[in-house]
Design a protein around this ligand. Structure first.
Ligand code: FUL
Length: 473
């Protein structure tokens, strides 16, 4: 008995040392989602024609008439911006369906567009396939038009609508549930059957990732400004919570829970314009490439994904203002992250010779190193002729969980700058962390993992000199 319990003790110890603690881990679909990084949101529907943000639900169907609608143009713009997918508002709060749903009388079928024969979901899903983009769908449970809204029958309607979408337009990579819950045409609010909705999607399409305030797969980052927490855990406690008013506080959604029970990473939604839908008066308020780059640093650069809304106009096209900003944004990323600094050696242990190792610098987040060579949990990089840099990108290997709690970056400079100086300390590394700082000239860079939940695994370390005007503000 004693022998068994000692062996058991050693087994536990071994597990701890190897970091095989019981941390939540991403599913395959979530891991693939982390690699998506940046994609477009498109708010499109009656509001595009009425200049509203929240339609009342009683808009005449005939107003929906995007004469030049071209979903391939949307895809070309998405491609030119480096976005990897598009999520479309198949049904916003006004209840209008961008596909001819059998379960509503407020759809493209009742509109004048293409004499009622048009189908935006069909066009967009085909265009996304053609251009190699992932296709996602936003569907608002809140429906200000449907006569059954506010009654138990409406939950059936919602399930049937999702079934239509998944059956006719799949594969759907991400499904976006808006938690808003206002009154319908009969003045009543709906009690949503979230458990049934989730079950339906899991049955129809197990690989779809579901977004809502609280997941189950992807969570809201807690604001509509596109900004993830400077501390950003991919884990969250959601037991007892629901999307909408019953969600955890926005602060919690922003930062996640350090010891959260479930893997539910944050997505940052934000519009390229002040509104979500197209308004002509906002043509001169489109965010600049530099502003978009700042958002990129504060979302993707904090281990979240960026869902950038680019609303098509009343012709059914993305305007030249938005597309120019997006192309400019792409150019900034390409130019500034083109020249990765070549290091000359790496070591994990003090006074050990610097060696060359590819794994941390191969642009491949499948390869990794276990930072366990020393008690200090430190990665030392060596640059023979110095590295003039102002940006470091770190990627944690998150397949087995998020383990790195806090990080300190230091450098050893040249000449009068010789000596160890701190660059930045911050919490959570996650799938991608972009740290910018005033330019340094480093002989050595030390990346110390100062606090850990389990044995750390890092997949990439990159150093760059970016345009100093782009440093995080
Ligand atoms: C919110 C909605 O009320 C807005 O209209 C927009 O769709 C935004 C993305 O989500 O909950």
């Amino acid at each position: 008995m004693k022998y068994i319990s000692i062996s058991f003790f050693y087994l536990i110890l071994l597990c701890k040392v190897n970091g095989q603690t019981n941390l939540p881990k991403p599913t395959k679909a979530q891991l693939a989602w982390h690699n998506m990084e940046f994609y477009l949101f498109m708010h499109f529907g009656p509001n595009t024609f009425t200049d509203l943000e929240w339609g009342h639900g009683n808009e005449k169907e005939e107003i929906f008439n995007p004469a030049k609608l071209d979903c391939e143009q949307w895809c070309r713009v998405a491609k030119a911006s480096g976005a990897k997918g598009i999520i479309i508002t198949a049904k916003h709060h006004d209840g209008f369906c961008l596909w001819p749903s059998k379960f509503s009388k407020h759809t493209v079928r009742e509109s004048k567009w293409k004499d009622g024969n048009g189908d935006v979901l069909k066009d967009l899903s085909a265009a996304c396939k053609k251009y190699g983009l992932n296709f996602g769908v936003y569907i608002s449970p809140w429906d200000r038009n449907h006569p059954d809204y506010g009654t138990e029958k409406y939950n059936d309607v919602f399930v049937k609508m999702m079934t239509e979408i998944f059956t006719n337009y799949g594969p759907i990579w991400e499904l976006w549930w808006d938690g808003a819950n206002g009154e319908g045409p009969n003045g009543k609010k709906q009690i949503y059957d979230w458990a049934r909705f989730k079950k339906t999607v899991r049955q129809l399409s197990p690989n779809t990732v579901i977004f809502s305030d609280v997941g189950p797969d992807i969570r809201w980052c807690g604001n509509e400004n596109g900004i993830a927490g400077t501390t950003n855990w991919n884990t969250l406690n959601t037991d007892g919570f629901e999307p909408g008013l019953l969600a955890p506080t926005t602060d919690t959604l922003n930062a996640g829970n350090v010891n959260g029970k479930y893997w539910i990473p944050a997505e940052c939604d934000v519009s390229i314009r002040p509104g979500w839908f197209y308004h002509k008066a906002e043509d001169d308020k489109v965010k600049t490439p530099e502003q978009l780059f700042q958002l990129y640093l504060k979302s993707v650069g904090r281990g979240a994904n960026l869902l950038l809304n680019v609303p098509p106009d009343g012709n059914g096209l993305i305007t030249k203002f938005d597309s120019a900003a997006l192309v400019g944004f792409m150019k900034l990323r390409e130019e500034n992250f083109k020249n990765k600094f070549q290091f000359d050696g790496i070591s994990f242990t003090k006074n050990k010779r610097f060696k060359y190792s590819k794994k941390l610098f191969d642009d491949n987040n499948q390869t990794f190193v276990r930072v366990r060579g020393s008690k200090e949990n430190r990665i030392r990089l060596y640059y023979k002729t110095g590295a003039q840099i102002n940006c470091i990108i770190l990627k944690e290997f998150i397949k087995k969980g998020q383990k790195i709690n806090s990080v300190k970056i230091e450098y050893f400079g040249w000449g009068s700058d010789a000596g160890i100086r701190e660059v930045k300390s911050f919490s959570t590394m996650g799938s991608k962390r972009i740290i910018t700082f005033p330019r340094i000239n480093a002989k050595h860079i030390y990346i110390t993992l100062t606090s850990l939940k389990a044995a750390p695994v890092v997949s990439e370390v990159e150093a760059y000199l970016i345009d100093e005007n782009l440093i995080e503000k």
